[in-house]
Ligand binder design. Sequence first.
Ligand SMILES: [Zn+2]
Length: 61
Amino acid sequence: MISLKACKSCRSISEGAKCPRCGGETSREWQGYLVVIDPEKSEIARKMGIHAAGRYALRVK
Ligand SMILES: [Zn+2]
C-alpha cells in the first residue's frame, strides 16, 4: 500500500520523502484532499495560495 505524503511548505501531495514540486520536506500527517484543475478559477486555490494544478492537502502537520 502506498502512503501518500503532503509537502509542509506547498502542501502538494506526493509519494516521496521530498516534494517533487518545491523540494520541501513531506509529512504523513495531513488531512483533507483538494484537487486543483484550474487554479485561476478555483476560489479555494486562490485562498490557499496555490498557483499550479495538482493534488493538495488541506492541512499538513
Ligand atoms: Zn512542496
